[in-house]
Design a protein around this ligand. Structure first.
Ligand SMILES: Cc1cc2nc3c(=O)[nH]c(=O)nc-3n(C[C@H](O)[C@H](O)[C@H](O)COP(=O)(O)OP(=O)(O)OC[C@H]3O[C@@H](n4cnc5c(N)ncnc54)[C@H](O)[C@@H]3O)c2cc1C
Length: 486
């Protein structure tokens, strides 16, 4: 059976053949605020992967890649077309515990990776706030961790990868070989081809613990000072901002720094590096099962409820400020995995995230204006995470010498247009401050804003590389069409 579809890239009318109905599934953005129907294929081998690309060419369909599906918006959605889910290509292909170099298929999750290497005394150099992300998805977005200003994004630690082009050809890329594709495919959100294996350098560690210290800045100025005082002497820093703080308390929150233990500091590393030792607890405060915690959070997911919860969190942070303790790597990094399904507490409309990156010279003023603008519209965000970054060499980078603030916004039918309008206002503040954005978190950007922050030359260079790798425009997602096919 054939159908007619307008080619999103050329505007021409193409004949496309039907795909098997049983493959049709609703694919949800991680935040649950949007979804689209796609034909989902889950290959386990390179041959199967090639077959899907062949099928796409034969049927005139595009292919969007999906890893763990943890991008907040439409980065892995491909409406009415093929969604190639890589989560079953999840084998560790090679591991050298002497050098810490690992080669893995793209569907290997951060969870599987750290659990595989930990007992040998290694840890992934960059991890995301959830361990459910995959290496392919992490490379596709060039993710950062709470140590971004120290070690850069994950791309800095990728030594080499194999990329399958839609033609089925595999290109090996590194800083030396096919280097232009290397720097563009990392962070290229799956638009040049599919990573089929990735080789990364892991980080040596000498204990299953990190040494953690807390702070509770009284306002945004205090938050910046806390970061500046601790940047040089810390391996990780992360801040939480209470977006309801006003006036002198604008930007109040808490912050955590963490450091690796040096060799010899842990009296029993064999024990602390054991997997069982890193387990996240099954209950919250020893009583409430984690699995139902989101139900208790649900009644607080409104402005009044969250402002009260945030106040309580801030006050308890002040009381405990300066506290030092040991915490396992898993507990420090994957706090968001403590409460499974916490996103359900946002209700059926879900949430979106907005994460601008602002150069350090402009960050104080711009973030204060962003917080005040949200408050002015009575649309404060419910979770705000503050991080420090540095520039990198990747083509579509979100990295810069400055700070980012990741903000989660509750979505309901009535708030959806208000949040879209708010995002336009915030975009203007970010652009005026020479800031950048991040496709992994995006649901609201427009093509003009993308060109404005990346620059015409960068976009043109990326398009030229896409033409070289994917002349028939097979690689597409909803995000690509929203932002690059105006
Ligand atoms: C709770 C939570 C916390 C988070 N914390 C952080 C954080 O601390 N830092 C951060 O940077 N991000 C963070 N994120 C965002 C997340 O890390 C990124 O969206 C990441 O890309 C998701 O990985 P994934 O495997 O789920 O990939 P997906 O979301 O499925 O895909 C991400 C992109 O990669 C592409 N892709 C997937 N597989 C491949 C492949 N094999 N080859 C080429 N391209 C591919 C997709 O097409 C898509 O464009 C967080 C997300 C959540 C939900």
């Amino acid at each position: 059976m054939t159908m007619t579809q307008v080619n999103e890239t050329t505007g021409s009318t193409d004949q496309i053949a039907a795909l098997p109905h049983e493959r049709l599934e609703r694919v949800w953005a991680w935040g649950g605020a949007s979804s689209s129907m796609g034909y989902v294929f889950r290959p386990t081998t390179l041959e199967h992967l090639r077959d899907v690309f062949d099928l796409a060419q034969q049927t005139g369909r595009s292919v969007g890649l999906k890893g763990g599906g943890n991008s907040y918006g439409d980065a892995f959605m491909n409406s009415e077309n093929i969604v190639l889910d890589l989560s079953r290509m999840n084998r560790i292909l090679d591991w050298n515990p002497e050098t810490g170099v690992v080669t893995a298929e793209p569907g290997v999750s951060i969870e599987k990776l750290w659990q595989y290497i930990l007992e040998d005394g290694w840890w992934p150099p960059v991890v995301t706030g959830t361990m459910k992300t995959t290496l392919g998805g992490c490379a596709g977005m060039n993710v950062h961790g709470k140590n971004a200003w120290q070690v850069g994004p994950i791309g800095n630690h990728i030594l080499q990868f194999d990329l399958m082009l839609p033609s089925g050809e595999i290109k090996t890329c590194s800083r030396e070989v096919n280097s232009d594709i290397f720097y563009a495919a990392i962070g290229g959100f799956g638009m040049l081809g599919c990573f089929t294996s990735l080789t990364l350098q892991m980080k040596r560690i000498y204990s299953g613990y990190l040494q953690v210290k807390t702070g509770a800045p009284a306002n945004l100025e205090g938050m910046f000072e806390f970061f500046e005082q601790n940047l040089e002497k810390s391996n990780y820093i992360v801040g939480w901002v209470d977006a309801f703080g006003k006036g002198d308390a604008l930007g109040r929150g808490d912050a955590h720094i963490a450091n690796y233990l040096p060799s010899g500091a842990d009296p029993n590393p064999q024990q602390s590096l054991r997997l069982e030792h890193q387990d996240l607890p099954d209950t919250i405060v020893g009583v409430v099962p984690k699995s139902i915690m989101w139900m208790f959070m649900r009644p607080f997911m409104n402005n009044m409820g969250t402002s009260l919860v945030n106040l309580g969190k801030y006050v308890s942070g002040r009381v405990g400020s300066g506290r030092e303790y040991l915490q396992t790597h898993a507990a420090f990094h994957f706090l968001l995995d403590y409460v499974p399904n916490w996103k359900k507490s946002y209700g059926s409309g879900g949430l979106i995230q907005y994460q601008p990156f602002i150069p350090k010279e402009n960050a104080r003023e711009a973030f204060a204006e962003i917080l005040r603008t949200c408050q002015k519209h009575d649309l404060p965000n419910y979770l705000t995470v503050f991080k420090r970054h540095r520039p990198d060499d990747f083509l579509l980078t979100h990295g810069l010498d400055g700070f980012s603030m990741a903000m989660d916004f509750l979505i309901t039918d009535s708030r959806r247009p208000q949040i879209a309008a708010l995002a336009r206002e915030l975009d203007a503040i970010v652009l005026a401050a020479n800031g950048r954005f991040y496709f992994a978190k995006d649901s609201t950007l427009t093509p003009d804003t993308v060109v404005a922050y990346l620059g015409q030359d960068t976009v043109a260079k990326f398009r030229a590389l896409k033409k070289e790798c994917d002349p028939d425009h097979v690689m597409q997602t909803d995000l690509w069409r929203r932002l690059f096919v105006a």
